[in-house]
Design a protein around this ligand. Structure first.
Ligand code: LLP
Length: 431
């Protein structure tokens, strides 16, 4: 049978006239589980992780999967089994890691707005490190730790003021962003942290943005981090690990981000050249571990050709795939069973009642009502950002391992959605 791979998608291929993810027919999965349906390839996630592992061979490094990219338990479990740690940004995420069998000691807790309750729970769980984002947060963490009779392990997130050249909403390491501590205040902040009895300084970290497809911002960030480590240590505070954050981009539409191992070869060469080769490292990749491992299957509900635009109305929407509406993001959309008819140009849109609900503009497709389409690169920041807008149930998720499919999340039901709501009038009548 002929097999045609899709660019940037090594685990997805047409075999004969059907699209497969690993050894699984996407058409068969859509028939079995319904649509919209997220389908992930375990092999693709493991291959993405392996690229980082190869890059770090022989080094002291902890890879902490930034689970905000995809926080489904079945996905977390895979990375936990491979020995990964996790970058979490809420007690909810921490709870998921523990529920999926991840180790608390390998959790790092990032985010600008940790609450006291979250700090307390994370300390009690015994997490590996807090990535502290402000001077005010340091003081509060110190108080919370002392109230529990503990010391909180901390790393201070610095804002290296590097332009990652990505979408402004996902650029985080520039002076005008809310993240991290300004370069100029870093040394004094470490000195203050060192003086607080409830804190134990572990490391330094930064995260400059997401969907970064160039090497230069990483190399710049590493240089600035190493300058800071030198200055902090010269001021008498030892730094045990350096965490360079996440952010490596993926190929959505022909982008050519560096491979993780190639990027790290250059970063490690820089570390070695500057005498930091033995320092423990951490990274927090999210998108690059899961993004191109997933697709979202959707059925064409109606075709609505028009004078100005042709609309292809599908059963997935901005509540399932929010990235186009939020960031004007591009995700490839391909037929699950291609037709030999001529292509036409379509606006691929969902059923939600606003014009922002689009999945793809001006897509050339040969489609008919009832066809299945696959939205590619849907493993990261899709399900984890999904909502119930328009009271739509969130989709089901399937993990493919070779030819075997594991249902890792059932399709939500309307009862699930309404479970926490109460009717005030009914309560009044009942009295
Ligand atoms: N570490 C920290 C502290 C972060 O804030 C993030 C992502 C990561 C690691 C992981 O970055 P990644 O390797 O996935 O690029 N919803 C947006 C992306 C937001 C990223 C926020 N921070 C999108 O769909 O493009």
């Amino acid at each position: 049978m002929s097999s045609k791979r899709l660019p940037g998608q090594p685990h997805i291929a047409y075999r004969g006239d059907e699209l497969f993810l690993e050894e699984a027919s996407l058409n068969a999965l859509a028939q079995q589980f319904g649509t919209p349906l997220f389908v992930y390839s375990k092999a693709a996630m493991m291959a993405a992780l392996a690229a980082y592992q190869r890059g770090f061979a022989g080094r002291k490094v902890q890879i902490c999967y930034a689970m905000k990219a995809n926080s489904t338990l079945g996905v977390i479990q895979l990375f936990a089994q491979e020995g990964c740690g996790f970058d979490v940004v809420s007690l909810g995420e921490l709870t998921r890691v523990l529920a999926a069998g991840g180790q608390a000691s390998r959790i790092i807790f990032s985010g600008v707005g940790k609450t006291r309750a979250e700090m307390r729970a994370a300390l009690q769980a015994g997490i590996g490190c807090f990535n502290v984002e402000s001077e005010a947060e340091l003081e509060v963490l110190n108080e919370v730790a002392l109230s529990l009779g503990r010391q909180a392990p901390v790393s201070i997130r610095v804002n290296p003021n590097v332009d990652p050249q990505t979408h402004p909403y996902i650029s985080t390491g520039l002076k005008g962003n809310k993240f991290g501590i300004a370069h100029e205040r870093v040394v004094q902040t470490y000195q203050r942290a060192d003086a607080l009895p409830g804190l134990r300084i572990e490391g330094i970290d930064c995260h400059i943005g997401s969907q970064i497809i160039q090497e230069a911002p990483y190399l710049d960030a590493m240089d600035r981090m190493l300058d800071l480590v030198q200055a902090i240590e010269a001021a008498g505070v030892p730094i045990h690990h350096i965490d360079l954050g996440g952010g490596l981009g993926i190929d959505y539409n022909g982008e050519t981000p560096p491979e993780a191992d190639q990027l790290w070869a250059k970063l490690l060469a820089k570390l070695d050249a500057r005498g930091f080769g033995q320092r423990a490292l951490m990274i927090e990749p999210g998108r690059s571990l899961v993004g191109n491992a997933g697709v979202c299957l959707t059925e064409v509900l109606y075709l609505k050709p028009g004078e100005q635009k042709n609309f292809c109305i599908v059963d997935a929407a901005m509540n399932d795939l929010p990235r186009p509406a939020m960031y004007q993001a591009y995700q490839q959309i391909v037929p699950v069973k291609p037709r030999s008819a001529p292509e036409e140009t379509w606006e691929v849109v969902g059923p939600i009642c606003e014009s922002g609900d689009w999945l793809g503009h001006d897509r050339n497709l040969a489609v008919q009502q009832g066809d299945l389409l696959a939205v590619l690169s849907a493993g990261a920041y899709c399900m984890s950002m999904a909502s119930n807008y328009n009271t739509r149930n969130r989709a089901a998720e399937v993990l493919v391992e070779g030819g075997h499919a594991h249902l890792i999340r059932e399709r939500e039901s309307y009862a699930d959605q309404m479970r926490l709501e109460r009717l005030p009038l009914a309560a009044t009548i009942a009295r």
